[in-house]
Write a protein that binds this ligand. Structure first.
Ligand SMILES: [Zn+2]
Length: 250
């Protein structure tokens, strides 16, 4: 009986944690059959919840009952570092309390938070953690363009900070999969393989589901590209984690 290497070689936690930001409720809901096809569970980070319609609330509840998580993405999608400069109470009064109250009225009690615009500092994080959020998600980008020139490119498999190591970390970065991030399919397949081989969870996020190139200020990800990721994750038997599940997994 060989038990010595068992822990080192296990892949049972390997997975992917995918989230979506902002307020594309109808567009996200349209992906429901695709999520069902691959048994995928994801997290939706909702901002500006004061404008949620009854129909949108119904759709979010259905997604939640499917096992997806409804997280919070701010009341006004403001710049938290500027808001908190006037004090933590000011930040809470403007960005947290009103939105959380709208969410509660709609039947949601979010336990995960995505920083609007990826903007935050240690003080913002400590207020959010003290407010009861289990995990705070920031933004990681593998490619940046400036004046049309690519300034740097880093393969996602070489970005250790986009992998969750199940060390109960509460402040994490997810890789942007929107069109303008310029990710390729082979890079994503390698990134998923790394999650599998290292027994970690790859964290990804996007905005609006798009079916062609972004137009007129649209920002979002290509739906067939997301489907390739879901399909490969399913084929590799990777676990789908919602964001709040990451720090809970033992
Ligand atoms: Zn946002």
């Amino acid at each position: 009986m060989m038990h010595c290497r068992r822990n080192a070689e296990t892949h049972e936690k390997a997975g992917v944690a995918i989230s979506f930001d902002d307020h594309f409720i109808n567009e996200w809901f349209a992906l429901r059959p695709m999520f069902q096809k691959y048994n995928a569970k994801v997290t939706f980070f909702v901002t500006c919840p004061d404008s949620l319609t009854q129909d949108e609330i119904k759709k979010l509840r259905l997604l939640q009952s499917d096992g997806h998580e409804i997280g919070f993405h701010g009341t006004i999608h403001g710049k938290s570092t500027e808001l908190i400069a006037a004090g933590p109470e000011n930040y809470k009064k403007i960005e947290l309390t009103p939105g959380l109250s709208y969410m509660a009225k709609a039947g949601f009690n979010p336990t995960s938070y995505a920083h609007p615009g990826g903007n935050h500092n240690d003080q913002v994080d400590s207020v959010l953690l003290a407010s009861g959020f289990k995990i705070l998600r920031d933004v990681a980008i593998s490619r940046r363009k400036m004046m049309g020139f690519q300034m740097y490119a880093l393969a996602p498999r070489l970005m250790p900070w986009i992998y969750y190591s199940f060390d109960n970390q509460q402040v994490v970065d997810a890789l942007l999969i929107d069109e303008d991030a310029g990710l390729t399919e082979p890079e994503m397949m390698e990134a998923l393989e790394k999650a599998k081989s290292t027994n970690k969870a790859l964290m990804l996020f996007g905005h609006e589901p798009l079916y062609g190139k972004p137009q007129n200020g649209e920002y979002g990800f290509n739906v067939p590209f997301l489907e390739k990721i879901l399909k490969e994750a399913d084929r590799k038997k990777l676990k789908f984690y919602t964001m709040s599940e990451l720090p809970e997994e033992k």
